[in-house]
Write a protein that binds this ligand. Structure first.
Ligand code: ATP
Length: 364
């Protein structure tokens, strides 16, 4: 098998008596945008710092391009880290900031350096701002200065610690697409640390979801969302309705479950490793549930009452009361008139239905 671009093998980091990173193994391919996603303190920055060489693993190995980088100092690694604060020099122009890291690059003439700076400014569309100082440009432009400076040294691996955290929401969305386009044009492998699941979902080719120093799941955004492997991942990424359940029978690629919170039985997609009689969790995403006045022809139906709804314009979130649970249902307001649904119209009774394919069984 071909050696992956980056291979992290059984890496742990202990600070005193505290285990910040616990036996992490994963691989990253060349040219991927790979995100480390998790809540505060889960160990993602520590893992990034070990890749950069600012920390050494307590145990385990890191191989970059087939080479064990243990003991290689940060400046000798083909890796660059872009900090959350950007660390831009306020007294230097945009161009000088971008060229700063090239000063000590051996074998580069002054002309070559200037050409590289011009190329980078063009890449991040800052050519017209080359002679401005950082305080004369916007937050989004400063972020691009930091990115251009990081890419100027032509690293093989760029580490980005919460790259969009300093930007407001609108700018962040726009900048996500810019980052993706710049990555595509340069082909540099990006590893992004973020606690923002939407950002990770938008940006990444693959995501590692972390909790308490451990990697809980690695996968594409779709795999992580549609096929979470644990209660933690299912509830960390997006919203989910969860119920205690018991496996009655495994049959024809499906599981028949008893789900007291839904007042009966549910057919769910099969997962490896469950046995009849086992206690599991059933998880259903709010947007996978369909609301209707009449009982639909579907494998999983249950009746409830709309308690209330929040109208967001393009969609609405319903809270539906069942005898033993309160369910969230997310519906797109595709047609005009959808937004007119009133609690009173719905209160009599509604039917909820969902596909066996959208019924996720979690054992962990
Ligand atoms: P955040 O999103 O808040 O930055 P994170 O997932 O990046 O969180 P880390 O910075 O990797 O988290 O920290 C993981 C844990 O290790 C935290 O509990 C932190 O307090 C601890 N930690 C990090 N660096 C050190 C250190 N040098 N000495 C002691 N503990 C540390």
């Amino acid at each position: 098998m071909e050696e992956p671009f980056l291979r992290i093998e059984g890496v742990s980091k202990v600070f005193g008596a505290f285990q910040a990173v616990s036996n992490v193994s994963l691989t990253v391919g060349k040219g991927e945008i790979f995100s480390l996603l998790g809540g505060s303190g889960c160990g993602k920055t520590t893992l990034l710092r070990m890749l950069a060489g600012f920390e050494e693993p307590t145990s385990g190995s890191i191989f970059l391009d087939g080479r064990d980088i243990a003991g290689v100092p940060p400046w000798e690694r083909p890796v660059h880290m872009m900090f959350q604060s950007y660390a831009i020099f306020p007294h230097m122009t945009v161009a000088a900031n971008v060229g700063y890291g090239l000063k000590h690059e051996e074998g580069l003439t002054k002309q070559q350096r200037a050409a590289r700076v011009a190329e980078m400014l063009d890449l991040v569309q800052l050519t017209p701002f080359a002679h401005r100082k950082p305080h004369q440009i916007s937050g989004g432009q400063r972020q691009r200065v930091a990115l251009a400076r990081a890419l100027a040294r032509q690293p093989k691996l760029l580490l980005l610690d919460e790259p969009l955290a300093a930007l407001d929401k609108k700018l962040r969305e726009h900048t996500q697409f810019e980052l993706m386009s710049i990555q595509e044009r340069t082909g540099v492998t990006f590893i992004v640390v973020t606690h923002d699941q939407e950002e990770a979902m938008t940006l990444s080719d693959r995501i590692a979801v972390m909790d308490k120093g451990q990697v809980k799941q690695v996968g594409t955004p779709t795999e992580i969302y549609e096929y979470p492997n644990s209660r933690f991942v299912a509830s960390f990424i997006g919203s989910v309705n969860s119920f205690e359940a018991r496996v009655i029978e495994r049959t024809g690629g499906f599981l028949r479950l008893s789900v007291p919170g839904l007042g009966g039985e549910v057919v769910a997609r099969d997962v490896a490793g469950v046995v009849e009689g086992q206690s599991v969790t059933l998880a259903v995403r709010p947007e996978k549930i369909t609301l209707s006045k009449e009982r639909p022809e579907a494998a999983n139906t249950v009746q409830g009452h709309v308690k209330d709804l929040a109208y967001f314009g393009k969609d609405s979130l319903y809270r539906v009361e069942l005898p033993g649970a309160l369910l969230q249902v997310h519906a797109v307001n595709a047609r005009r008139g959808d937004e007119g649904l009133r609690v009173a119209d719905w209160y009599d009774a509604v039917w909820l239905s969902f596909d066996p394919g959208s019924a996720i069984v979690l054992v962990d």
